[in-house]
Design a protein around this ligand. Structure first.
Ligand SMILES: C[S@@+](CC[C@H](N)C(=O)[O-])C[C@H]1O[C@@H](n2cnc3c(N)ncnc32)[C@H](O)[C@@H]1O
Length: 284
């Protein structure tokens, strides 16, 4: 029998395979396999109009990896990854494993509200025998209490010690009506001095990008789904860090945060369309 290119993975319980899902579309952008025809069809339409979506997603993932490595090198051993997505290469716990000795004491909590992301993360953590020190919470990250009080969070995180809280490519799903400033404060308040907050967020950049029209079309399409997208510029992102101290080099485009490689031409084109930054809670 010929293997179908569009064959779908078996749907875990609770997964709606009729409607595209942001988590599974992003998995497709990154070249993953945990997506359905409906997700790929949506993803391909997006890519046709805005070809920078895949290089942009890769840059986001690479920033996330550099952020984890930087936090580890700064001595942080606890990670909460909000909107963690369908696990693909270079998940937080894999970076931790690659950086630390086998008998490390680090812990990781993944949080996502998409059942595929949760099912897949559970499977990976079980297969990699990592469930002692890493887990996943199925929750809406806009409900900070639900995330912070979840059993897995309580099991894995000691809030008297620093945590690296990660919001990578998830805040563009948090709209103005979700009170992003208040939400971020609720998370920041819970964390110990010395904690880090790492954010990446899609943006129109400086408004002069060659493919801005494509990006605007892309945003319009997501607005019609159950995962509408909001872009933010640099000035809107800065207050999300509250009074925490921005680490060098501040709020910059994804490839510019402590870069470790050169960009190709397409990647350079994608550069303006997202901001990122990491800040540390004072008082440590
Ligand atoms: C674009 S992906 C980013 C994945 C990963 N953070 C990364 O940067 O590679 C966004 C993820 O956030 C999840 N997400 C969006 N809104 C969410 C919410 N309110 N609560 C929990 N997860 C959310 C989606 O299901 C998706 O898996």
């Amino acid at each position: 029998m010929t293997k179908q290119r569009d064959s779908a993975p078996r749907a875990p319980e609770g997964v709606d395979t009729e409607k595209p899902s942001a988590a599974r579309i992003y998995d497709w952008y990154l070249g993953g396999t945990q997506n359905w025809a409906v997700d790929r069809e949506f993803g391909r339409r997006m890519e046709q109009q805005w070809p920078l979506v895949r290089p942009g997603s890769k840059q986001n993932r690479e920033f996330m990896n550099r952020a984890v490595r930087a936090a580890l090198r700064a001595g942080i051993r606890q990670f909460i990854d909000l909107g963690s997505g369908v696990p693909t290469a270079g998940n937080v716990h894999e970076v931790v494993e690659a950086e630390l000795p086998e008998d490390h004491d680090a812990t990781v909590v993944y949080v996502d509200y998409e059942p595929v992301a949760v099912a897949h993360a559970t499977l990976i953590l079980e297969e990699e025998a990592a469930t002692d020190w890493a887990g996943i919470v199925q929750a809406d990250m806009r409900d900070a209490k639900a995330v912070l009080r979840a059993e897995e969070t309580k099991r894995l995180i000691d809030f008297s010690k620093p945590v690296c809280l990660m919001m990578m490519a998830v805040l563009h799903f948090v709209g103005p009506d979700d009170d992003p400033i208040g939400l971020l404060k609720a998370y920041r308040d819970k964390l110990a001095p010395g904690s880090w907050l790492a954010i990446s967020q899609m943006s129109e950049g400086d408004g002069t990008g060659k493919t801005l029209e494509g990006l605007r079309w892309f945003v319009e399409q997501y607005r019609k789904t159950s995962n509408p997208v909001w872009l933010r510029d640099r000035e809107e992102i800065e207050p999300l860090f509250g009074d925490w101290t921005l680490l060098e080099p501040g709020i910059v485009h994804l490839p510019d945060w402590r870069p470790d490689r050169k960009l190709n031409a397409l990647e350079a084109e994608a550069r303006p369309y997202a901001w990122c930054g990491i800040a540390e809670k004072p008082g440590a």
